[in-house]
Design a protein around this ligand. Structure first.
Ligand SMILES: [Cu+2]
Length: 322
């Protein structure tokens, strides 16, 4: 099976950034991320005026962990209450104003609280000065991670992330327990398949309503579903598009939407499936555990202390301490 050919170019680039497996070469070793982070930061800093030299080394690091990568930096902009705004500055230090369209949009903005609640996926508008603006998706107090998922014209697909704090009394929510069924807006979505660290796994999400399979899913951004995975502990980001596209002659409009995804480590992940039906976009959420939580799939992580909610998540962030 050649998974790479089944992924769109958009997903391919992101998957490569996340997992480094799709035809790019070998999977990064378990103790490389911390080293890579330092190198990448250095590269970004030295990339001024020479875009090419900063382009290569980050392909093994998961997306969304860096606020600045390959010379591009995400900068929140102070806006009136109710709006969220940011700029992306490029290797020359100026705001980027030219972007390629990927899945119908030049910018995909994904936000989630650090406790993985409050997920939203929105599409800001670009002003001539390079400022992106959108009605704020930050629904309440907390520390939010905002991911900008984009392709600068002439550059590679990139996901940058920045923390944004919304003041107020915060009630941290534990990660929901793993489950293979989720309900949203009257729909039931079931998940089959389990993500595997370091190799591609098939994930199939099946949508039903009132006990009947939904067979008339509507295309949303050129696909029948968009899947984002966030790793508990550091919110490493993976955005996957499904196998097959509307109108390709082989892809049904539900009830099943199939994805091929790879996660970079054992640990707990929160999956967010966006799908469109009845003229509205719905988001079904799942907690999944990749790998054997009792046997971290790394050489590094010591046994984690008992925790009611973070049983498997400690293996992932532990990599960085070597
Ligand atoms: Cu989007």
């Amino acid at each position: 099976m050649n998974t790479a050919t089944k992924l769109s170019g958009f997903a391919l680039g992101l998957a490569a950034v996340f997992g480094a497996a799709y035809g790019v070469g070998q999977v990064a070793g378990p103790d490389t991320p911390a080293v890579a982070t330092r190198h990448d930061a250095a590269n970004a800093g030295h990339a001024d005026g020479d875009h090419a030299t900063g382009a290569a080394p980050t392909s093994h690091l998961p997306g969304g962990l860096l606020v600045s990568d390959r010379g591009y930096t995400m900068q929140p902009v102070t806006e009136p209450a109710g709006e969220f705004a940011f700029r992306i500055t490029g290797p020359d230090g100026a705001p980027v104003t030219r972007y390629d369209v990927a899945h119908d949009k030049r910018m995909h903005l994904i936000v989630a609280r650090r406790d993985l609640s409050g997920f939203r996926h929105v599409h800001p508008e670009l002003a001539a000065d390079g400022t992106w603006r959108v009605a704020s998706p930050l629904a309440g107090p907390g520390v939010w991670r905002a991911f900008a998922d984009f392709t600068p014209t002439g550059g590679e697909p990139l996901t940058l992330g920045v923390d944004v704090t919304v003041p107020g009394a915060l009630e941290e929510r534990p990660l929901p327990t793993p489950a293979t069924s989720a309900t949203v807006d009257g729909y039931t979505v079931t998940l089959t398949g389990t993500p595997q660290p370091g190799r591609t796994a098939q994930l199939t999400l099946t949508v039903s309503r009132d006990g009947k399979p939904v067979t008339d899913l509507q295309p949303y951004l050129g696909a029948y579903g968009h899947l984002v995975a966030l790793r508990q502990g550091d919110l490493a980001y993976l955005h996957v598009h499904p196998d097959g596209a509307p109108g390709d002659g082989r892809t049904a409009a539900g009830p099943a939407v199939t994805f091929f995804a790879e996660v970079p480590s054992a640990g707990s992940y929160r999956l967010f499936l966006d799908f469109r039906h009845g003229g509205a976009v719905h988001t079904a959420e799942f907690t999944v555990v990749a790998g054997d939580p009792g046997v971290p799939a790394t050489t590094a992580a010591p046994a984690a202390p008992a925790s009611p909610t973070a049983d498997a998540g400690h293996g992932a962030p532990g990599h960085g301490h070597n």
